[in-house]
Design a protein around this ligand. Structure first.
Ligand code: ARG
Length: 572
């Protein structure tokens, strides 16, 4: 059981009696005691009583004796709570016997659609898609582990006007040659060649326009060429997913094209609901509260003046299908911050149309950019956007070199495994350990450092514990009595007991830096414990207890990292 929750449960009835109604005791970790509640302060004004009186009365009424070594009123009316060692030890024992490390399956499973990764056909994945893929993958892993029904939606950009030019270029090359070129994985070169022709050649432009019409009209040959493009691109994306070690598969592609047949119905229904406004030849919805720089109301354009449907119409159709057909009550969109307004408008329109109503809700999980060492948007030496696969390969190769230098005795296979786990882990951790909405700097030295807030540090802590067990030649006994004699053992126990609370909070906020931060604190607490408290040389009872603490730490690190999509290795 989560300690914070336990203390909350003990304080809540007392607060309720004093306040004459339910009160959240707001129990938080505190450097002054183990935990602190400041709920009496907030209540004081409402009850017209001094906060210290309220706090004192709550203490008198609360049943804390079996849990707390001390509980007292401090300062202007805080409640300071110090947990009793015996209670702490009992909770750690309970944790040791629990496969789920104190994290319960959700009592209210939801269908959650996670819209993430979503690269564009015939374009290389770039670093923006990296963040979406890494964050989305973590969301999927966490929600799935908690028992929700998770639908992965890879909203591939596989439709729209650029396909006229791409298919026309493909037809010029001939199918066999085009398939060969695309299978080399150089999607950008293909795209650029098509673009160059489009810019230079009026006749090609005209043919491209006709192609779009043929594509939308379902012309068979055009569709075949389009499918070739999509398939080759998907293959490239799957290679990247494999390298990145994420759970996306080919069954998760739900491209924009999949909603094509629904777009007409979406616009018709918006019209029927009286939401559609004709403006500048286009069909628009003006959701209230959105204005441009000039103060004019902003339109969400659902049908362009040329009669074509665009990105917003597709998102409305997809949303309606997710809440309707799939019955989802939580919709997540892991897409960069620049699309914030787009999603806010799509959600507002879907709300007005009745396609998104409680309990269903949609959240845009926006994120910042990855910056280079110079603090500007990450670019390649030639000034282009950095290709994802190249970046991942560089991470793995740097980590493999490090592993070889640090541990020359390991064979090639083991070194390669460490290189992959550490290289990819370092990239994911750098991403997930910073506040999602902020930019962050891609700094190889820092990301790969063995002593910092990094994946390698956590992976190393894990492998170090595994090596203790190799030397011990035995596993931990989960039913061994827990002894918390040293301060360092107590601190470690507190961190172990905090895991469930953190996971619960991240389930709601999807702010993975809180989970990363917790794992880092846990690894740091372990390191201090390991320095102070001999394990293998300790007398029997202590040795068993310390092995249990070490094992619980390893299991928590492993599970926590797994939720972030990061692998652990048995030795490093
Ligand atoms: N393909 C788009 C891009 O690369 C992202 C799509 C995000 N998902 C969505 N439902 N709009 O910017």
């Amino acid at each position: 059981m989560d300690l914070e929750k336990l203390l909350c449960d003990r304080l809540a009835p007392a607060f309720a009696t004093v306040a004459g109604g339910p009160v959240d005791p707001v129990v938080r970790r505190s450097p002054r005691a183990d935990f602190q509640s400041d709920a009496a302060l907030a209540l004081a004004r409402r009850l017209g009583r001094p906060p210290r009186d309220i706090a004192a009365e709550v203490l008198e009424r609360a049943a804390l004796d079996d849990v707390c070594a001390s509980a007292e009123v401090s300062g202007p009316g805080f409640l300071n709570l110090v947990v009793a060692d015996r209670a702490l030890a009992a909770l750690v024992s309970e944790l040791a016997g629990d496969d789920r490390l104190g994290v319960p399956l959700t009592a209210a499973p939801q269908t959650v659609v996670v819209d993430y990764s979503a690269p564009n056909v015939a374009k290389e994945m770039h670093v923006g898609h990296l963040r979406s893929t890494v964050i989305g993958d973590a969301a999927v892993r966490l929600l799935d582990w908690l028992g929700h029904r998770v639908v992965r939606a890879n909203h591939l950009g596989d439709w729209g006007t650029p396909f006229g030019m791409l298919i026309e270029h493909l037809a010029d090359l001939g199918e066999a040659e085009a398939a060969h070129e695309l299978s080399m994985g150089d999607l950008d070169a293909f795209y650029k060649a098509a673009r160059a022709k489009f810019d230079a050649d009026e006749a090609f432009r005209e043919r491209s326009r006709l192609r779009v019409v043929a594509l939308q009209g379902g012309d068979e040959r055009t569709r075949r060429l389009w499918r070739l493009l999509v398939e080759q691109s998907e293959r490239h994306f799957l290679t990247a997913y494999d390298l990145l070690d994420v759970t996306l598969t080919e069954d998760d592609f739900r491209g924009e094209s999949a909603y094509n047949d629904l777009l007409g119905g979406v616009v018709e229904d918006l019209d029927r609901l009286g939401l559609l406004v004709r403006s500048g030849g286009a069909d628009c919805v003006f959701p209230p509260g959105f204005t441009g720089r000039d103060g004019e109301p902003l339109p969400l354009i659902v049908r362009k003046s040329d009669g074509g449907y665009g990105y917003p119409a597709t998102d409305l159709a997809a949303l309606r299908q997710r809440t309707g057909e799939l019955g989802a009550t939580r919709l997540l969109y892991v897409v960069g911050q620049p699309q914030r307004q787009h999603f806010a408008m799509v959600f507002a329109v879907a709300g007005a149309a009745g396609w998104l109503r409680p309990p269903a809700r949609a959240e845009h999980l926006g994120f910042g950019s990855i910056l280079g060492a110079d603090g500007r948007m990450l670019r390649s030496r030639t000034g282009e956007s950095v290709k994802l696969v190249g970046l991942l390969e560089e991470a793995v190769s740097r980590a493999t070199d490090l592993a070889r230098t640090k541990n020359p005795a390991l064979d090639d296979e083991a070194t390669a495994e460490i290189g992959r786990a550490v290289g990819i882990g370092a990239i994911k951790y750098a991403d997930l350990s910073t506040d999602r909405t902020k930019d962050y700097v891609l700094d190889w030295e820092r990301m790969l450092s063995l002593d910092g807030d990094t994946a390698p540090y956590l992976q190393y802590a894990y492998s170090r514990i595994r090596s203790v067990f190799r030397r011990a030649g035995t596993d931990a006994r989960p039913d061994a009595p827990v002894v918390l004699a040293e301060r360092a053992e107590r601190v470690l126990a507190m961190e172990l007991l905090g895991f469930a609370g953190v996971v619960g909070r991240v389930e709601r906020s999807l702010e993975f830096h809180h989970l990363a931060g917790h794992l880092h604190r846990l690894a740091t607490a372990f390191s201090a414990f390991y320095e102070r408290c001999p394990v293998l040389r300790a007398p029997d009872e202590l040795r068993e207890s310390r092995l249990l603490l070490a094992d619980l730490t390893a299991r928590t690190l492993r599970q926590g990292l797994h939720l972030l999509g990061i692998r652990t290795v048995e030795r490093m």
